[in-house]
Design a protein around this ligand. Sequence first.
Ligand SMILES: Nc1ncnc2c1ncn2[C@@H]1O[C@H](COP(=O)(O)OP(=O)(O)OP(=O)(O)O)[C@@H](O)[C@H]1O
Length: 260
Amino acid sequence: MTAAILAEGVRRDFGAVSGLGPLDLTIDDGEFVCVVGPSGCGKSTFLRIVAGILRPTAGEVTIATRGDGKVPLSMVFQDHGIYPWKTVEQNVRFALEVNGFGRAEARQRTDHWLGQLGLAEFRKAYPSTLSGGMRQRVGIARAFALDPEILLMDEPFAALDAQLRQVLQEELLGLWQRDRRTVVFVTHSLEEAILLGDRVVVMSARPGRVVRSTEVPFERPRAAAVRDSAAFADLKAQLWDCLRHEVDAYLATVSGGTDA
Ligand SMILES: Nc1ncnc2c1ncn2[C@@H]1O[C@H](COP(=O)(O)OP(=O)(O)OP(=O)(O)O)[C@@H](O)[C@H]1O
């Protein structure tokens, strides 16, 4: 299998602060990888480097796509990343049109995804009039509508209520099972990571490196009920053992006030 994303020795410093790495990670074409790690370890920084919106201080990320989609790569940001001066509908349609979708297809995809995300009746609303969770749904609708070959998601469901989160997790699983796009999904929830991912990557405390990479053994298609199995609980406990060590390291730096 070919690598869709190959990260080699990727580091990013912010002034005197080492934000990330060196990080090495290979993500296969069509693989769904979930990334967990303590707060501030560099998860968003890594995604932004993969997305090409931030340069690494050292190292390299190589992206290889199949070329069978109109959009090679798209990202759902933690802070929504939507335009405040465009309506909900315009935010989604504009992204499609600038990425080469014709007007009719852009309209059809916009309608479909606004409907899927419960935003149809808010299509004419401006983002400032929406709740944080709704703004996040606009960002998700836009990314899903683009159907990119590589989808980068930075805690996309964190601001949503539990029910909507579950609906969208299942929607994302369904989409992925149909098209096998490459997905890199950052989350604070181990449960979400195990439910969705082919693999869970645990990052160290800042500057984040990969400390564990574990295949998720549950068969696809996967439903939310897999969460109730003993094997799920067991895997979650194993990953938490590893993650807790890194969270403790992070807490020690915060309470010690060190910056190294
Ligand atoms: N523009 C910036 N200027 C200065 N420091 C930055 C900048 N962006 C990120 N950092 C620092 O780099 C480190 C990694 O940040 P990043 O946001 O990637 O972490 P994260 O793992 O995504 O955090 P969280 O889980 O809290 O969202 C943090 O210590 C952060 O403060």
